[in-house]
Design a protein. Structure first.
Length: 295
């Protein structure tokens, strides 16, 4: 199993590396740490002057420093590559190594709670065919060595099945407790029932039980899996009511606006980013089958 870490010699890069190490140790995975550099785009015929060689040399120094920080119990490899975009370079490397996810740091431009998503991370969260894990600011300072618990925030929209399957598989592989959080009561499409509190509770409980049963069917008997329902005046208010601990991870699905097998960070997940300080994994949705609801 491989995980690709998008690395830069920045605090955000250090956060991504720390989260990658935590995930690798939890899953027994190997790390492919990657620095993507822009190619020399000067016009043909103009002298190159060793631009790429100098840049690659500096990047290799940064990469060597990152590899020194990987503990002995984690296998890691380094890569310096040139690509027209950092996003394309990471996705290409991940696909080449058959990686299960891409790990990046959230520190960049555009403050969002404990996350500060720069253009590269934002682009990944709107285009990647692989799950993307985003490390909140300060992950590098945590002493937690493994994932403590996986929380899967799930609703009823298209893509929920893949999200649940991914969360179950990750928890099973890691032996990590799984907490299922039903978002049905927060779904705007649920609004026609909001005047009937009993109907809201009934629908939410039915969804939570169905999700729990589906997870248990795929997990060994006695595996630690729980289910809870969140409700509140807003998504931010609802998820803030849950208990969160250092070492927790939340997994969410892509917006229904995403292209098949691609990520698109949805409104609900974006709102969660504003108030949570645990790593978030965004999972792409599957292809739509003929006749499926596209709403």
């Amino acid at each position: 199993m491989k995980l690709v870490v998008g690395y830069l010699a920045t605090p955000g890069g250090a956060d991504a590396l720390a989260l990658g190490i935590r995930f690798a140790r939890t899953l027994g995975a190997e790390l492919e740490i990657c620095i993507v550099l822009p190619p020399d785009t000067r016009a043909p015929g103009m002298p190159k002057g060793g631009y790429e060689e100098v840049l690659a040399g500096q990047a290799q120094e940064w990469l060597d420093d990152a590899l020194k920080r990987v503990p002995d119990d984690v296998v890691a490899h380094g890569h310096v590559t040139f690509a027209e975009s950092f996003t394309d370079g990471l996705i290409g490397l991940a696909q080449k190594h058959d990686a299960v996810a891409i790990v990046v740091g959230g520190s960049g431009g555009g403050l969002v709670g404990s996350f500060s998503l720069g253009s590269v991370v934002s682009e990944l969260l709107h285009s990647s065919p692989l799950p993307v894990a985003v490390a909140p600011r300060g992950t590098r300072e945590s002493a937690i060595k493994k994932v403590r618990e996986v929380t899967c925030a799930i609703g009823q929209r298209q893509g929920a099945d893949r999200l649940l399957a991914t969360a179950v598989a990750a928890s099973k592989a890691a032996g990590t407790p799984l907490r299922l959080v039903s978002l049905v009561a927060l779904d705007p499409a649920f609004g026609h029932l909001r005047s009937d509190d009993d109907a809201v509770r009934r629908r939410a409980h039915e969804h939570a039980q169905k999700t729990l049963d589906a997870a248990k069917a795929e997990l060994p008997e006695g595996f630690p899996v729980t289910s809870t329902i969140v409700s509140g005046t807003s998504v931010e208010n609802a998820v803030s009511q849950l208990d969160w601990h250092d070492g927790d991870v939340i997994m969410v699905g892509s917006s229904r606006l995403s292209a098949p097998k691609r990520i698109f960070l949805g409104n609900t997940a974006a709102k969660m980013l504003r108030v949570l300080d645990v790593p978030m994994v965004v999972v792409p949705r599957d292809d739509l089958e003929d006749g499926e609801d596209r709403s």
